[in-house]
Design a protein around this ligand. Structure first.
Ligand SMILES: Nc1ncnc2c1ncn2[C@@H]1O[C@H](COP(=O)(O)OP(=O)(O)OP(=O)(O)O)[C@@H](O)[C@H]1O
Length: 290
């Protein structure tokens, strides 16, 4: 069994289980495994804890939380030999769902006792690594307002999305991909998908492959009500590309310029506004244990 460090975000997810450390002890203690559990104390702490665990020789460092926790642990592990594990305890759990990690806590822990090791691509937007998705426009705008909502969970997310849909307007952008100027268009959503979904099985790029050296880029130039319905159904059914409500591209590098500041998110967390975005893919940059 690999030497394993669990990094637990006690604030992640709608349920915030208190018994997770006891369940880890139950599943790993009996196996005489070499493991440790660390709790995060603040946002950003998991980056430091993960880097320290890798430096101490832990072979698998497990993010116990959602995509924000996965992002922090993944960032801490970049450039090290340790592999990322996931125990999904978040709200959306996009990367865990893509990797088919069991959502059941006990089942996820059992898998980590004998994980399969592989590697995955990592995206980067304006220097910020992302593992699942990053994006500009409406999805970032929703992340910004979701973070300010006071409560989390799917129902808050849906409420914020519907409220902000009435307010948000598309912004003109110029997009270059693979070194070529490709389009001048308006941007309602421009998503860069390393994995297939945002979380909660909302498939923004159902064909995305974590190991193909490419990002799946999804452009929605505007979102009138009829198209919003098509997009919602496409996200849920995993057939957005066939619905013609969005346009798709594949690239390992992109540059986006906007005349006015546009919000962006990284793995669902709002990062701020910018007028220029440099996006790149780091092929197979992270080891994973799932
Ligand atoms: N101890 C802590 N106190 C406050 N915030 C924390 C702490 N530890 C981590 N965080 C922050 O909590 C945020 C939310 O965590 P995470 O994304 O894992 O859960 P989630 O939002 O419920 O799930 P998902 O992203 O899958 O929807 C992260 O961005 C992280 O920076």
């Amino acid at each position: 069994m690999p030497k394993t460090c669990f990094i637990l975000n006690p604030t992640a997810g709608p349920n915030r289980r208190r018994d997770t450390p006891a369940l880890i002890a139950q599943h790993f203690g009996a196996l005489e495994a070499d493991y440790v559990v660390s709790l995060t104390e603040r946002a950003g702490h998991a980056v430091e804890l993960a880097a320290a665990a890798a430096a101490q020789g832990y072979e698998v460092v497990v993010a116990v939380g959602g995509d924000g926790t996965v992002n922090e642990v993944g960032r801490g592990l970049l450039g090290t030999n340790a592999a990322l594990g996931i125990v999904p305890q978040g709200s959306g759990n996009g990367l865990a769902r893509h990797l088919k990690v069991p959502l059941d806590l006990a089942a996820a822990l059992r898998r980590l006792a004998k994980p399969d090791f592989s590697r995955m691509d990592v995206g980067r937007i304006n220097g910020h690594p992302f593992f699942c998705t990053a994006g500009l426009g409406f999805d970032a705008h929703v992340s910004q307002h979701f973070a300010q909502a006071g409560t989390r969970g799917l129902s808050t997310y849906v409420k914020v999305t519907l409220r902000e849909y009435r307010r948000f307007r598309a912004v003109p952008v110029r997009i270059e991909m693979n070194g070529q100027e490709l389009l001048e268009t308006s941007c309602y959503v421009l998503a860069f998908a390393n994995a297939s979904q945002y979380g909660n099985n909302a498939y923004i790029a159902p064909l995305a492959d974590l190991r193909d050296g490419l990002l799946d880029v999804c452009l929605i130039d505007d979102l009138p009500v009829w198209r919003a319905l098509k997009v919602s159904i496409g996200l849920a059914m995993g057939n957005l590309p066939q619905s013609k409500a969005a346009e798709y591209f594949h690239t390992a590098q992109a540059r986006v310029v906007a005349p006015e500041p546009l919000g962006f998110h990284v793995d669902g967390d709002y990062m701020g506004h910018a007028t220029e975005f440099d996006v790149e893919l780091l092929p197979l940059a992270l080891a994973v244990a799932v």
